[in-house]
Design a protein around this ligand. Structure first.
Ligand code: GDP
Ligand code: MG
Length: 198
């Protein structure tokens, strides 16, 4: 039997200003801010049910490239699941994820069964797009991970992202409680949206 108090730890990585904090805040609090506030590493907690027990979903919002490698390693070794965020308006931000992916592979050894999602955020900014959806998908295929385009600003695919991440973990069944309702991470109560021009 798993410990009822077991935490499920999700770590969000990505270059500065790609929208990591915005995605986490949109998911946890339902809010969005247009001004940029650089983050000091922060962890948000939500109660979820996990194998029919109550447990805590911990989402760690990292500081991006300012994070020391030793801290990155520690977050990776403690993390159960990973969100790798780039901005579709910055090719550079996708390239920067390469070193983080390599570090996850190195620290975890075998990535089989470890939930990882590659996320192209800011899909509302299609006029400034530098990375096509196909390129994002191709990268995810190379890394054998899942892929989604999101907009924290317009609330596109944000809850889907976290639900999909939790449903990728086959070792436990997790349900997220949002807005007083319970949403099964296994189910498809909210279908993935095609991120399109807005
Ligand atoms: P972080 O450094 O990765 O945590 O990035 P932030 O979440 O602080 O966001 C950086 C900037 O991008 C802020 O000005 C946000 O308002 C903006 N931003 C975040 N997500 C989106 C999005 O989905 N669309 C648009 N247009 N802007 C976004
Ligand atoms: Mg931030």
């Amino acid at each position: 039997m798993p410990e009822p108090s077991d935490d499920y730890r999700v770590v969000v990585f990505g270059a500065g200003a790609v929208g990591k904090s915005s995605l986490v805040l949109r998911f946890v609090k339902g809010t969005f801010q247009d001004n940029y506030v650089p983050t000091i590493e922060d962890t948000y907690r939500q109660v979820i049910s996990c194998n029919k027990n109550i447990c805590t979903l911990q989402i760690t919002d990292t500081t991006g490239s300012h994070q020391f490698p030793a801290m990155q390693r520690l977050s990776i070794s403690k993390g159960h699941a990973f969100v790798l965020v780039y901005s579709i308006t910055s090719r550079q931000s996708l390239q920067e994820l390469g070193s983080i992916f390599d570090m996850i592979k190195e620290v975890k050894g075998d990535l089989q069964g470890i939930p990882i999602i590659l996320v192209g955020n800011k899909c509302d900014e299609n006029d400034k797009r530098e990375v096509s959806q196909a390129e994002g998908e191709a990268q995810a295929k190379m890394w054998r991970c899942n892929f989604l385009e999101t907009s924290a600003k317009k609330n596109v695919n944000v809850s889907q992202l976290f639900q999909e991440l939790l449903s990728l973990d086959k070792t436990r069944t997790m349900t997220v409680h949002l807005d007083g309702r319970s949403r099964s991470a296994m189910g498809s109560l909210r279908l993935k949206e095609k991120c399109q021009l807005m």
